[in-house]
Design a protein. Structure first.
Length: 412
């Protein structure tokens, strides 16, 4: 290759290398709703991941359906979402994040003993169509068969609603000032909690919904007495096939830095903790999260060490027993061939004393009978075909030869 051709090629290789050096890792996108505290929590989580060299960014979606679909199609890696009503194939929970509290507010002067009474003939605003509050209201009225006639408003500006159905964080001071003409609805008397209030009935009916008491004075004069309501669970979700090690790292960071995640919303500390019960989740726990939570659990060998030791001891005892039995059988078989060997030796000692053809015939018959007995035992595997057997055969044949030789010399 000429020097002139080499130079452009060399420059091209340098440019490719520089371009490769400029590449950055793909960002871990975290999806969330447009309503607080979702955006603030997402920013806190993203900031925590970035601090720990896991590049992350956030993006918002109009409703829960869009958030779930974004996780399923891979638009986002993680998402902050209200726990769904039922299991969804291919989705798993990374960690529970915080409770979303239901605030039901109605115009002052209205009285109602139940949700059905409260909605009867009223105009209701439950947030954006398809949003968490809207879906919860639709779920409750459908499942509890609330048949009262009420109107769901698209927005609270054209018509002032009689009832607000708000699901999310604690009400802000600005929100309270705008709702000065309203008061909080209580799903039963908080003092009767445990005695079968409407809130308890709802919580019992649905997995992921719990009773929640707003303490007296939480909002100053807005709630001079405790208010009994319900809460749903907001969780961080991911796809089942999301890299297990990545999920483990994220779960570890969140659970070890709860205060940082809870900075924009203090109720995070209510649910983001290691002792949460995964059996209370609607979506199953992601294997990566389970790996982190079970990091200190004893291994399989440690958990079953005593049983394994017992099994090993038992097997060793059985093996020893078999070895002893095999040794006994070998000795017994050896003793059997030795007995015949001694018999042949005794017959051999009588060869010199043969004095007649009758004695010769008798001795030869004894030797041949001993051979036949030994061959029969060998066939039945009651003695081993080993060197002892070969020695016996050789000795017995030698005795027969000696009988013939001696008797031939004696003339019979």
């Amino acid at each position: 290759m000429s020097r002139r051709a080499f130079t452009p090629l060399f420059l091209l290789l340098i440019l490719v290398a520089l371009a490769g050096c400029g590449k950055r890792e793909h960002s871990i996108v975290i999806g969330h709703s447009v309503e607080e505290p979702g955006p603030s929590i997402a920013q806190a989580v993203s900031g925590l991941l970035n601090q720990n060299k896991l590049p992350a960014s956030t993006t918002s979606f109009a409703n829960e359906a869009e958030i779930l679909q974004a996780v399923l199609d891979g638009t986002v890696v993680f998402a902050i979402a209200e726990e769904p009503e039922r299991k969804i194939k291919d989705l798993a929970t990374v960690v529970p994040l915080y409770p979303s509290i239901l605030h039901v507010l109605h115009k002052k002067g209205m009285s109602a003993d139940s949700l059905a009474d409260l909605l009867d003939g009223k105009t209701v605003y439950a947030g954006p169509i398809g949003g968490p509050a809207w879906r919860l209201l639709d779920r409750l009225t459908t499942d509890l068969r609330v048949e009262q006639d009420y109107q769901i408003l698209d927005n609270p500006w054209e018509i002032e609603p009689d009832v607000y159905f708000v699901l999310g964080g604690l009400l802000t001071a600005d929100s309270l000032s705008q709702l000065s003409e309203y008061e909080l609805f209580s799903f039963g008397d908080a003092a009767n909690l445990g005695a079968g209030t409407e809130a308890e009935g709802i919580a019992l009916r649905y997995n992921g919904i719990e009773t929640f008491t707003l303490p007296a004075g939480l909002y100053g004069s807005f709630n001079p007495s405790p208010v009994l309501t319900i809460s749903t669970q907001t969780v961080l979700i991911a796809k089942d096939d999301c890299e297990e090690e990545l999920v483990r790292k994220v779960a570890k960071l969140l659970l070890e830095n709860v205060q940082e995640v809870a900075a924009p919303f203090s109720l995070v500390t209510e649910q983001l903790k290691e002792d949460f019960n995964p059996h209370h989740l609607v979506l199953h726990l992601h294997p990566g999260s389970r790996r982190y939570l079970e990091r200190d659990n004893p291994s399989f060998v440690e958990r079953w060490a005593d049983v394994i030791a017992l099994i090993v001891t038992f097997c060793a005892a059985i093996a020893s027993g078999f070895l002893a039995l095999a040794r006994f059988n070998r000795n017994r078989k050896k003793d059997t061939i030795d007995r015949f060997y001694r018999e042949i030796l005794e017959l051999r000692s009588k060869v010199e004393d043969i004095a007649s053809s009758e004695e010769r015939t008798q001795l030869e018959a004894c030797v041949k009978k001993a051979q036949a007995d030994v061959f029969g035992l060998a066939i039945d595997e009651r003695i081993e075909s080993n060197a002892s057997l070969v020695a016996f055969i050789n000795l017995s044949n030698q005795v027969l030869c000696e009988v013939r030789e001696i008797c031939s010399k004696k003339g019979f």
